[in-house]
Design a protein around this ligand. Structure first.
Ligand code: PRP
Length: 210
């Protein structure tokens, strides 16, 4: 059939993904009405990930870094970033919670899921979607440093400017953004919006209606 590839199972892939993507094409009607402004388009994010991936590939050449994603927010970033790193890597995840359903940081960090393996002697690269107050990262870095990795660095896609409550040394940062609440590309409000391919701010009404 023209425009389709025959598959053995029930799924047929169309060639629609070959078309150039519209940077702010409507993604989901129910999301669009809550969005105030697109801060970073899908193309900007993917372009930056290519740069970050190239830098990581160069810096870790000859080693096998362990990429540690901080769930839930970093699940999208991890999947995309890992595919831009062109050396062997291993991946693991930690799940932490700090915000609950609110938009303000509480400063309380709970480990909901720990790493599967020992990291002693490993080159660990912590992958975070966003550094806000910095309290989550500060806690995680202290915790992981205690496990004696050979090296411990951070790759954060977003860093809010001017509001970190603790000094942090971030090796790789994708974008510095204003200190506004943002959603999309893994980041949620009340667990929604994580699957948006871009990063945006929410209309004030969206908070009130939640
Ligand atoms: C977000 C984000 C970071 C943290 C940053 O996670 O993914 O882990 O907050 O905030 P901080 O710098 O002020 O500590 P969140 O607690 O919202 O959990 P989630 O990733 O499961 O959505």
């Amino acid at each position: 059939m023209k425009g389709e590839r025959e598959m053995e199972g029930p799924v047929a892939l169309s060639d629609a993904h070959d078309a150039p993507a519209d940077p702010v094409a409507p993604f989901a009607e129910d999301y669009e009405r809550d969005i105030q402004r697109v801060l970073l388009t899908e193309e900007q994010i993917q372009g930056k990930l290519r740069e970050l991936g190239a830098a990581i590939t160069r810096d870790y050449a000859g080693r096998v870094p362990l990429l540690v994603g901080v769930l839930k927010g970093a699940f999208v970033l991890m999947a995309d970033l890992a595919r831009h790193v062109h050396i062997p890597v291993e991946v693991d995840f930690m799940a932490v919670a700090s915000y609950g359903a609110s938009t303000q940081t509480s400063g309380v960090v709970r480990i909901l899921k720990d790493l599967d393996h020992d990291i002693e002697g490993r080159h660990v690269l912590l992958v975070e979607d966003i550094v806000d107050s910095g309290l989550t990262l500060n806690y995680l870095l202290k915790n992981l440093r205690g496990r004696r990795p050979a090296s411990l660095e951070v790759c954060a896609l977003l860093q809010k400017v001017g509001i970190q409550r603790v000094p942090l040394d971030l090796r790789y940062v994708g974008f510095e953004i204003p200190p506004e609440f943002v959603i999309g590309y893994g980041l949620d409000f009340a667990e929604r919006f994580r699957n948006l391919p871009y990063i945006a701010t929410l209309r004030p009404e969206a908070y009130r209606e939640a």
